[in-house]
Design a protein around this ligand. Structure first.
Ligand code: N01
Length: 487
């Protein structure tokens, strides 16, 4: 049985993380006149992944007019796909204009959150002390913990080594021999920049990726002025990008009409940019397009064709003081960059979340993270997740999904204020799980490839198998019947 908390007009809310999700949540609370929240941010600034990823060439491969808040449209993007500094600037601007800074505790890591059944509240433990809250909103994202591989000898390397999401800008790569391990979206963005300055670059590729062109465009002063003066034009552009994702890219992932079209587009791109048939063969994926995250980039392949760049496909045997030893021999390096992705299936880690009856979330999720609508978990009352399990997209803007989730949480607040802590019913979770499994069956992600969309046992824990429009529809209004309430 849940116990009732004392009635309060505005629940006290802890938001974990100050990236797109945490800021969106705080802004909507502000707009609703609810100021009783605190954002806990482990880093030294707001921005989340856009504060962490500062590697050369970092940027978004989703057009920013869509990859931004619908309620905070911005006409000043300097290009279709702006770089990381511009996106970070946008988020900082949002934090300033909604007055979120004073509510944000920087350099404060949440270590645990424990539900106290007597008071019906959460004890949030942080590096700065403990505090009680009515509601906890996790906005920790899926791509916030760098994954370092487990290659023998890594600590023996004599040069500098760092992860792409923790770029060491004190290391000048000019004239150095650089080894990059990994070739995903992050590597594809910084490899062209590193290749320009390095004496030699080895790209260690374990699996080739599908790559499609990135049709970037500069938005000059006139275009920006037009977008500023004509909000309808800006809105129409945003809608067009959104619907292109929904109607052309989504079907390519769901075995629909465009699968062959997008695949052919990727192959044409490869043929146009890589002339050497042997290199082309090594860069041609042997699994269906979309199974792994498609790389969207027009500079990646040209960088790989440079005479001072080698694509190394011999498996890595170990790291040695002089560089990387593959099964074919030593590749000397002064610097190693691990572009090896993130620990994506360990949602909410390393925060220890303890719900009703002493249930520990990481143990509940030992076979794979799951949440009703990606937002709520049985036995964890008043805990809401943003960008939680099965809400990542391979075809559209995650900011759109976050807005849907925040609207849902906002819709829950009057219910939990009136009726006490709310907890999703196991039956609702079962129905959700079954519908997810059915929809997952048609998606390309299960088609014989390894990817960060899955956990170690091969279950797709990260991606949403429907369109973004469908997700918006099903999260529009909370259904109280799906929840148990304390009162
Ligand atoms: O990471 P990844 P990422 N030995 O997981 C390799 C988002 N993002 O940082 O494919 C050797 O994609 C691994 O090889 P394999 C975007 O959603 C967005 O690049 O497993 N190699 C792979 O090549 C993206 O998908 C933007 O065989 C090892 C690479 O490391 C996500 O972030 C920009 C290895 C990891 O690729 C993650 O991208 C950038 C090992 N032991 C990123 N372990 C936007 O523009 C791993 N690898 C929005």
């Amino acid at each position: 049985m849940l116990t009732s908390p004392r009635t309060r007009v505005s629940p006290k809310i802890a938001i974990i993380g100050a990236g797109f999700g945490g800021l969106c949540m705080a802004i909507q609370l502000e707009r609703a006149g609810i100021h009783s929240y605190t954002i806990f941010e482990k880093g030294s600034g707001v921005g989340g992944t856009w504060r962490d990823n500062t590697y050369p060439g970092a940027g978004c491969d989703i057009p920013s007019h869509l990859y931004s808040f619908s309620f905070e449209r911005y006409s000043s993007w300097t290009r279709r796909y702006p770089g990381q500094p511009e996106i970070l600037g946008y988020l900082e601007g949002c934090a300033d204009s909604y007055g979120l800074r004073s509510k944000t505790r920087l350099n404060t890591m949440v270590t645990a959150a424990e539900f106290d059944e007597t008071s019906g509240r959460w004890r949030v433990r942080t590096t700065a002390g403990d505090e009680m809250f009515d509601v906890v909103v996790s906005a920790m994202g899926q791509l916030n913990r760098p994954h370092l591989p487990d290659i023998p000898g890594m600590s023996s390397f004599a040069g500098a080594a760092f992860h792409s999401a923790r770029w060491d800008h004190s290391r000048d790569l000019t004239g150095r021999r650089v080894a990059v391990i990994g070739n995903g979206s992050s590597a594809a963005q910084f490899i062209p920049k590193v290749a320009e300055v390095a004496a030699h670059l080895d790209v260690f590729q374990r699996t080739p990726n599908w790559v499609v062109p990135k049709p970037d465009a500069v938005f000059g002063a006139r275009t920006r002025a037009a977008l500023h003066r004509l909000p309808l034009l800006q809105r129409a552009y945003r809608e067009w990008v959104f619907h292109y994702g929904e109607n052309t890219l989504y079907p390519a992932l769901a075995g629909g009409w465009s699968a062959d079209l997008v695949r052919r587009r990727a192959l044409e791109h490869l043929h146009a940019q890589v002339q050497d048939p042997e290199l082309r063969a090594r860069l041609t994926p042997g699994y269906p397009l979309g199974c792994k995250r498609v790389v969207i980039d027009s500079d990646f392949y040209p960088a790989l064709t440079r005479p001072d760049v080698d694509v190394v496909t011999d498996p890595i045997a170990r790291i040695v003081p002089e560089g990387v030893r593959t099964v074919a021999g030593l590749r000397e390096a002064d610097v190693i960059v691990y572009a090896t992705g993130f620990r994506t299936s360990e949602f909410l880690a390393p925060v220890r979340i303890v719900g009703r009856g002493g249930r520990v979330l990481s143990e509940e999720w030992k076979d794979g993270a799951e949440a009703y609508l990606g937002i709520a978990v049985p036995r964890f009352p008043n805990l809401f997740l943003l960008y939680g399990p099965n809400t990542n997209l391979g075809h559209n803007s995650i900011v759109f999904m976050i807005e849907c989730q925040v609207r849902y949480v906002m819709g829950c607040l009057p219910h939990l204020t009136a009726r006490g802590p709310m907890e999703v019913r196991p039956e609702a979770m079962d129905t959700w799980r079954r519908s997810l499994e059915r929809a997952m069956g048609r998606m390309v992600w299960q088609a014989g490839c390894a990817s960060w969309y899955k956990n170690d046992s091969g279950r797709v824990t990260n991606n949403w198998p429907g369109t973004a429009s469908l997700y918006r529809r099903i999260t529009r209004t909370p259904r109280p019947r799906a929840f148990r309430f304390a009162r």
